[in-house]
Design a protein around this ligand. Structure first.
Ligand SMILES: O=C(O)C1=C[C@@H](OP(=O)(O)O)[C@@H](O)[C@H](O)C1
Ligand SMILES: C=C(OP(=O)(O)O)C(=O)O
Length: 407
C-alpha cells in the first residue's frame, strides 16, 4: 500500500525522460528477430517489453509472458511459423482469460498447429512451429487490433506474404497503422484499401537504426498532473512530431482541460493556460485511444467536470474489466458513474472524498491514472508495483515532480 500525501506545492518546472513506447518496442523487437539487421535505441524499460525480449531468446519449452497482452498476441503469431519450435505459451491468470481465438483461428487457417491446453479460445497455447500453407485470411477487427498487428508483423516473412480481409469496424486503428508504418520503414510493401490489407513478402532488409519515441500513454499521467495542479511546467523528453502513436491525440484532448503542449526539439512541454474556463461537461470517443480512458476519467473527476466517454467496448478484456474497475474506484470519491459495455458516464462531485483507498486490479493504468488526484487530496494506492508493466519509473518520476509518499 502506498499513501500519496496531498501535494499542494509541487516543483514549478521539472524535466522527465519517460522511456520508449511499449507498443513500438514490442513491434520492433519482433521485426529485429525476423531480420536481425535492425538497431534500436530508447527501447522501453517496461516489464511487458522485457518479457517479450526474453521470450524471443528463450530456448525453454514453456514461456510465461505474465500480463503482457501485446507480447502474448505477437509471440503466438511468431512461434506459429518459427520452424522446429515446440512450446507452450502461457501467462498470468488474467491472461488466461483474455481472448485469443480470433488470432489462433486465423493462424490455423494459414497452416499453424496450435492447441488450447486449458480453456478453448484462451491461453495457454501449445504451439508447434510450421511453415505456412495458405496466405489469405478473413478476420474480425472489432475485438483487438493486436490480432491484426501480430499477423502483419510476420506477414513479410511468409512464403507469399499475406492478404487479410478485415470484417466489422476496426478498433484501436492507430495501433494497426503504427504496425504498417513500421513495416514501411523497413521497406516492406503493402496496400490497405477498403478493409483489405495485402503485404508483399520480403526476405531481407537494409540495415536500419531506429530511435523509438517515448511512450505517449505514459505521458498521459503527466498531462493529467498539469491539468490538476496549480501551476507547474513539465518537460518530457524524446517525443517526435508525426508520432506513430495514436495516444499523441493527448495534445488535442487536453486542450479541453486548459493544458498547452508544445513540442520543440524532441521535448514536449506542458503548461496550464492562465484563466482558462473549464467546460462543465465533455464527451470523447476513445475507440482509437482506449488506453487513455482511465487517465481522462480521473482528470475529469479532479476538475469537477462531468464526462461521457464512448468507444470503450475493448476495455473489459484488458488487464482487468476497466469499465467496472473505474466505476468502483471513481464512486469511492463520491462521484456517480454509469457504465454499459462501451460507455462511461461520470457525474463528478466537489469536493472529492479524502483518503480513498484505490484498488488496482493488477492493472498498471488504475494506479497511474488515480495518482494525479494527490494534487487535490491524499489517497492510497494498493499494490503500487503494478506500474512496472509499462512504466517502472513512475513513482520515481512523481517524486521528482514533488509528490511525497509513505509506504
Ligand atoms: O498494439 C498495441 O501495441 C496495443 C493495442 C491496443 O490494444 P487493442 O487493440 O486490444 O485495443 C492497446 O490497448 C494496447 O495497450 C497496445
Ligand atoms: C492494454 C494494455 O496492454 P496489453 O494489451 O499489451 O496487455 C495496456 O497497456 O493498457
Amino acid at each position: 500500500m502506498l499513501t500519496i500525501h496531498h501535494s499542494k506545492q509541487l516543483n514549478k518546472e521539472v524535466s522527465i525522460a519517460i522511456s520508449g513506447s511499449k507498443s513500438e518496442s514490442n513491434r520492433l523487437l519482433l521485426l529485429q528477430k525476423l531480420y536481425s539487421n535492425i538497431q534500436l535505441k530508447n527501447i522501453s524499460d517496461a516489464h511487458d517489453v522485457q518479457v517479450m525480449q526474453k521470450a524471443l531468446q528463450s530456448k525453454s519449452e514453456i514461456i510465461d509472458i505474465h500480463h503482457a497482452g501485446t507480447a502474448m498476441r505477437f509471440l503466438t503469431a511468431y512461434f506459429a511459423f518459427a520452424n522446429n519450435k515446440n512450446l507452450v505459451l502461457t501467462g498470468s491468470e488474467r491472461m488466461q482469460n483474455r481472448p485469443i481465438q480470433i488470432l489462433v483461428e486465423a493462424l490455423q487457417k494459414l497452416g499453424a498447429e496450435i492447441n488450447y491446453t486449458k480453456k478453448e479460445g484462451f491461453p495457454p497455447l501449445q504451439i508447434s512451429g510450421k511453415s505456412n500453407q495458405e496466405d489469405v485470411i478473413e478476420l474480425h477487427a472489432n475485438i483487438s487490433s493486436q490480432y491484426i498487428s501480430a499477423l502483419l508483423l510476420i506477414a513479410p516473412k511468409l512464403k507469399n506474404g499475406l492478404q487479410i480481409k478485415l470484417q466489422g469496424k476496426i478498433t484501436s486503428l492507430p495501433y494497426l497503422k503504427m504496425t504498417l508504418q513500421l513495416l514501411e520503414k523497413i521497406g516492406v510493401e503493402f496496400t490497405f484499401e477498403n478493409n483489405l490489407i495485402v503485404v508483399k513478402p520480403k526476405q531481407q532488409i537494409q540495415n536500419l537504426q531506429y530511435t523509438i519515441e517515448s511512450d505517449w500513454s505514459s505521458a498521459s499521467y503527466h498531462f493529467s498532473i498539469v491539468a490538476l495542479a496549480e501551476n507547474i511546467q513539465l518537460h518530457l523528453k524524446h517525443f517526435k512530431n508525426n508520432s506513430l502513436q495514436g495516444d499523441a491525440k493527448l495534445i488535442e484532448i487536453y486542450k479541453h482541460f486548459g493544458v498547452e503542449a508544445k513540442l520543440d526539439k524532441g521535448v514536449l512541454s506542458l503548461q496550464k493556460k492562465p484563466n482558462f474556463s473549464l467546460p462543465q461537461h465533455i464527451e470523447f470517443n476513445l475507440i482509437e485511444q482506449p488506453d487513455l480512458a482511465q487517465t481522462i476519467a480521473v482528470t475529469c473527476l479532479g476538475l469537477g467536470i462531468n464526462c461521457s466517454l464512448t468507444g470503450l467496448h475493448t476495455l473489459k478484456i484488458k488487464e482487468t474489466d476497466r469499465l467496472q474497475a473505474l466505476k468502483n474506484e471513481l464512486e469511492k470519491f463520491g462521484a456517480e458513474v454509469k457504465i454499459d459495455d462501451k460507455r462511461l458516464l461520470l457525474k463528478s462531485v466537489h469536493p472529492i472524498a479524502k483518503n480513498v483507498q484505490i484498488k488496482t486490479y493488477q492493472d498498471h493504468r488504475m494506479a497511474m491514472a488515480f495518482a494525479p488526484l494527490a494534487t487535490k487530496t491524499s489517497l492510497q494506492i494498493e499494490d503500487p508495483d503494478v506500474v512496472e508493466k509499462s512504466y517502472p519509473k513512475f513513482w520515481e518520476d512523481l517524486q521528482s515532480i514533488g509528490f511525497s509518499f509513505t509506504n
